[in-house]
Design a protein around this ligand. Structure first.
Ligand SMILES: Cc1ncc(COP(=O)(O)O)c(C=O)c1O
Length: 462
């Protein structure tokens, strides 16, 4: 939109935008989206865009889903707010917890509700600490995450996140969080190292880290099934089997962050099942309500719940929870979303559409700007490099991926630039085969125009 338009000026003078270069933004101004329908969103000037990122990896059922709207309106009329503190309850939270227990890929004893992925992962950390205090092992508190992981931005979850921009000058990470190697074969495997060998080496490095720190001080390991904001990184063959063997040996609790991968994204209800990961506990958010309202959850296993029970008996209460934990309107919308996933066989549909999506994605690996194309199910990333042979990245200051995002916007496609010049794709799960083709046609044109610019400015040689 015209940056001098009234809304743009008001925005620049009033809003702090997350994940935005606040200085550049004062010149560029916002893209103001007004409405959405299906996989399309429309800006204030009426221009249509394919929402190739499902918002922030979250609007699984697309825009304008009347059933979700109706579920919210009905619950608003009936009980617009209810809480779960001091033993109070309401039927949407009870029913949603039951449903999540049925769907979970591992045994779940109880469900703890919160409002965001960050809160879920923060709660995971606190629950692990609480559990180990209850179990009489007060030293076993360190949490191992991975470089390039994304687990959120609150103090504990931003510490779990392994990306510089979320930590630099925020005085993070906190001391009890450690990071092990990122499982990205393209960049971090040694010459000639197979995926299995790479996985074995990373598991060995994890083992060494735990031994160095002392197994009696390491409480948990957290991982996304496919890493999202770190660059859409699909784990190498054998990775989770080998990592799990190390964690089990040292009695390290395993947490799956299913905030992006949960509810069908990888072609399975939970992403863990698609990548051979069997966690102890799970964080979910985003697609739980198709992002129509904020809601997230921690799925708590029996061993953890028993410890919580013992600890709260000792202290007199379980002193954790949010005003909006299990908010009845959010819970009603989430229940409706889960009903639609089941009724419309959304997960099967993702499996059916994924091969065409992945074929078009992987075909982009032949483009002169693309170093690697990677993905699984209906998620993908393409990494732009200055030299495909040596994998040499562009100088981040050139903003090559950001340029491609702008070219895509001109084509009527919303995608996102991640650190490391990766363009991510994560469309609503309801995208049709024809819309998938259209999405990739638009992206290919955006890439070509980015290439023209890069050649003109001598940023790349082809
Ligand atoms: C894997 C993962 N975990 C956690 C989060 C944090 O979620 P929120 O932004 O709702 O706090 C995100 C957000 O993108 C995510 O992708």
């Amino acid at each position: 939109m015209n940056p001098l338009s009234n809304l743009a000026v008001r925005d620049i003078e009033t809003l702090v935008h997350p994940y935005t270069n606040l200085d550049q933004f004062r010149q560029s101004g916002p893209l103001v989206i007004e409405r959405g329908k299906g996989v399309y969103v429309y800006d204030v000037e009426g221009k249509a865009y394919i929402e190739g990122m499902a918002g922030l990896w979250c609007t699984a059922l697309g825009y304008g889903n009347e059933e979700l709207v109706e579920a919210a309106a009905a619950q608003m009329r009936k009980l617009p707010f209810g809480h779960l503190f001091n033993g109070r309850s309401h039927d949407p939270a009870i029913e949603l917890a039951e449903r999540l227990k049925e769907l979970a890929p591992v045994p779940v004893s109880k469900v703890f509700f919160c409002n965001s992925g960050s809160e879920a992962n923060d709660s995971q950390v606190k629950l692990v600490w609480y559990m180990n205090n209850a179990l009489g092992r007060p030293r076993k508190k360190k949490i191992i995450s991975r470089q390039k992981a994304y687990h959120g931005v609150t103090i504990a979850s931003a510490s779990l996140t392994g990306l510089a921009n979320n930590q630099t000058d925020f005085d993070l990470p906190i001391a009890s969080v450690l990071h092990t190697a990122c499982p990205h074969h393209y960049h971090f495997a040694r010459d000639g190292e197979s995926e299995e060998e790479f996985s074995a080496r990373l598991a060995h490095e994890l083992d060494e880290l735990i031994l160095r720190e002392g197994p009696d001080t390491v409480a948990a390991f957290i991982a996304e099934p496919v890493m999202g904001a770190g660059g859409v990184l699909v784990p190498p063959a054998g990775y989770f089997d080998k990592i799990a063997e190390v964690c089990r040996r040292h009695d390290v609790f395993m947490i799956a962050d299913e905030v992006i991968c949960g509810f069908g994204r990888l072609g399975t209800m939970f992403g863990s099942s698609a990548v051979g990961f069997t966690p102890d506990s799970i964080s979910v958010a985003k697609a739980l309500s198709s992002a129509y309202l904020p809601i997230a959850a921690v799925m708590v296993p029996a061993a953890m719940y028993d410890a919580m029970l013992a600890e709260s008996r000792k202290i007199g209460t379980f002193g954790h929870g949010f005003t909006y934990s299990g908010h009845p309107v959010s819970a009603a919308v989430a229940l409706k979303a889960l009903e639609i996933y089941a009724r419309d066989r959304i997960v099967d549909q993702v499996s059916a559409k994924a091969p065409a999506f992945q074929a078009r994605l992987h075909a982009l690996a032949g483009h002169p700007l693309v170093g690697e194309a990677r993905g699984l199910g209906l998620i993908g990333g393409i990494e732009l490099v200055a030299d495909r042979r040596t994998k040499r990245p562009f100088d981040p200051k050139l903003g090559v991926a950001a340029r491609c995002v702008r070219e895509a916007e001109a084509e009527g496609l919303i995608v996102r630039a991640l650190a490391g010049d990766t363009i991510s794709l994560c469309p609503p799960l309801i995208i049709t085969p024809a819309e998938i083709e259209d999405l990739f046609d638009r992206l290919a044109r955006a890439l070509d125009r980015t290439l023209d610019w890069a050649v003109r400015d001598k940023l790349v040689q082809i």
